[in-house]
Design a binder for this molecule. Structure first.
Ligand code: DAH
Length: 339
């Protein structure tokens, strides 16, 4: 029995010594110490051993088991560190290799134009204020002098949620919200998304962006409006830009105007971009209607002010000479990567 044990131990040690991988070691372990292993089968043969010899044999088996286990553990540790060493050797880093280029995203052209526009107005002392996209009819229409039967309501085909709640068709409701707070003077711009039930084409979308502007103080005149827009246009489109104001109509301003800038492509000579006229329309504006001031709690005999509304997509398309608005919404990386 003792010899058989020694033989098993010797064979086990030899096999362990020659093992090349952790898998080999595992296999050795099962084949000797496992349920059907050699050593285990010795224990199973105990019934043939004389009872007085059993403790001795048992002790021998346990000693052999312990010795084999110890050796297995030692070899396994050695193999593991060898494997790690080899892996490290293979993984040397060549610090002279050029680094992989990180793929960074790009700012959307609309966002670039908005940041630039905000930079100019904030520089003039304006505050940026945002309003809700889901709005009450009261702010979107009524307080802006657009009562229920007003024809302007048709022009701004509206997505209604309930009779009184809608998706705002313009950023002008923020004017009413700010005026209502009663804090004076007011000097704000308010960028945001607006909605109209329009079909998608090169110049229309059911959702686009406007930037509203509002200034209210004592003694504000049309000259302030013209000077402000002119200064913004020069900083935004280039120092040679000139502005022109044409009479127009908006229910919430009186007088109202549309402002044009000289075409920054041809400088005013006339080209494809400005359809030969030398001018490009960029915004609607006017002096805030006394009724609007009054309805929002401001005394029109004391205060006056101007307002304007810029179509963000419009100035983005102009600034980057993009001829189809749909490109701004499709998020095609090949398009966006150019900015
Ligand atoms: N809200 C107008 C629109 O959507 C644009 C506009 C015109 C805003 C004149 C104004 C303004 O504040 O004074 O067509």
């Amino acid at each position: 029995m003792k010899e058989r044990m020694e033989a098993i131990k010797k064979a086990a040690f030899e096999r362990i010594e020659n093992a090349k991988s952790l898998d080999d070691l595992n296999e050795i372990k099962t084949s000797i110490l496992g349920k059907k292993g050699e050593l285990t089968s010795v224990l199973k043969g105990m019934k043939d051993v004389a009872p007085e010899d059993r403790p001795k044999v048992g002790q021998m088996v346990n000693d052999a088991r312990a010795a084999i286990e110890e050796y297995l553990a030692k070899e396994s540790k050695m193999l593991q560190s060898k494997i790690r060493e080899e892996k490290m050797k293979k993984e040397v880093i060549d610090v002279t290799l050029p680094a992989k280029k990180l793929k960074a995203g790009h700012r959307h052209p609309n966002q670039i134009a908005l940041d630039d526009l905000e930079r100019v107005f904030v520089g003039m002392g304006y505050e940026v204020v945002e309003g809700p996209e889901v709005e009450y009819d009261k702010y979107n229409f009524e307080l802006l002098n657009i009562p229920a039967d007003h024809p302007a309501k048709d022009e701004q085909d509206t997505f209604y949620i309930t009779k009184d709640i809608l998706l705002r068709t313009q950023t002008s409701p923020v004017q009413a919200r700010v005026m209502e707070t009663g804090r004076m003077p007011i000097r704000i711009i308010s960028p945001g998304r607006v909605f109209r039930s329009d079909e998608v084409d090169a110049t229309h979308s059911p959702s686009f962006h406007q930037v509203e502007g509002l200034v209210i103080d004592k003694g504000i005149t049309m000259a302030d409006l013209k000077g402000t827009i002119d200064q913004w246009a020069k900083e935004f489109f280039g120092p040679d830009t000139k502005t022109k104001f044409r009479p127009h109509h908006f229910p919430f301003t009186e007088p109202s105007a549309e402002a044009d800038v000289t075409c920054f492509k041809c400088g005013g000579k006339g080209c494809r971009m400005c359809k030969g006229s030398g001018w490009i329309e960029i915004l609607g504006c006017g002096m805030v209607h006394p009724k609007v001031l009054k309805d929002c709690g401001i005394d029109p005999d004391v205060y006056s002010g101007f307002a304007f509304g810029i179509g963000l997509e419009r100035v983005t398309l102009l600034k980057y000479e993009i001829d189809d608005m749909r490109l701004l919404y499709e998020n095609d990386e090949r398009f966006l990567e150019q900015f």
